[in-house]
Ligand binder design. Sequence first.
Ligand SMILES: Nc1ncnc2c1ncn2[C@@H]1O[C@H](COP(=O)(O)OP(=O)(O)OP(=O)(O)O)[C@@H](O)[C@H]1O
Ligand SMILES: [Mg+2]
Length: 328
Amino acid sequence: MLHVTNLTKHFPVASKTPSWFPGSASRPHLHAVDGLDLTIQSGESVGLVGESGCGKSTLIRLISRLIEPTAGNIVFNGTDIGNVSVREFARSPHRAQLQMVFQDPSDSLNPRFTAFDTVTEPIRRLGSRQERQQLPQRAVELAHQVGLPPELLSRFPHQLSGGQKARVGIARAIALKPTLLILDEPTSALDVSVQAVILHLLAELRQQMHISYLFISHDLNVVRLLCDRILVMYLGKLVETGPVDAVFNHPRHPYTQALISAIPSFEAKPHPIPLTGEPRSPINPSPHICRLYGRCPKGDQRCQQMLPTLEPINDYHQVACHYPASPQ
Ligand SMILES: Nc1ncnc2c1ncn2[C@@H]1O[C@H](COP(=O)(O)OP(=O)(O)OP(=O)(O)O)[C@@H](O)[C@H]1O
Ligand SMILES: [Mg+2]
């Protein structure tokens, strides 16, 4: 359903040289997403994890066509949407099929829109004529679907609780019955009890509507509960992908091992695997050195000379490391 190849986003870093100056093309660039390939199958739920600043939000902003890629292709439901301009995409039928839920519902809801306006906004913009003629009925249906009391539809965001705002954001995202929902830390602004309720709602909606999810979360336990497959990202590149159980039970990349060993748990666990030192700079990173080099306990000369690429270690699990851990 979604097939991304060599997706790249480099942001120019401010320099004293004006852009018209000869040679300014070689000015430094921050490699937020660097030659990334990924596929999401119909109905699949994929979790995306990685430390702050590794490029997760940039990746999904590229896929949702909110920003222009530096390079790469994005094929969604058989159409290359990577070449469609951001403006054109906002009005295209593919936009209806690909929806987003953002991190903080307070930020992503228009303070001057009632819940009704917000929930029906995608239908008014992209819905069929018939759907547009039935806005009140659709709004009530959607409110029921996300567990929002319909009498709250007349309220503005400041008159709603965090959990209710999250439900409004989800109702907006499913209003056009999308096939792919991209969620950027959808519950991180909520308290733990509301988080659990919203995650339960998301799991239910996925079952009912057969939507695929691309789900970003810092909480690995949430990814484990909600996703079939996991993508681990480090400084603009994928370093490991595989089914959730395989990656959690037998992580092969040293970064994934460190990430998983740091999950808080009441069970007795071996000591967390430390990553020492600072991350490498994302500005003009060397195309030859492994991005984890300097922090990785396994790093040696080979890692300094050749950037490892994502390679299959079996039919369903891929790792980008010269020295992946052996299966236990
Ligand atoms: N518009 C922009 N201009 C310049 N640099 C940017 C821009 N957007 C993001 N970046 C940089 O790209 C890198 C990746 O940022 P991004 O927001 O994608 O990270 P993230 O993985 O989502 O982090 P977090 O987990 O904290 O949300 C960061 O170094 C960030 O500073
Ligand atoms: Mg982010």
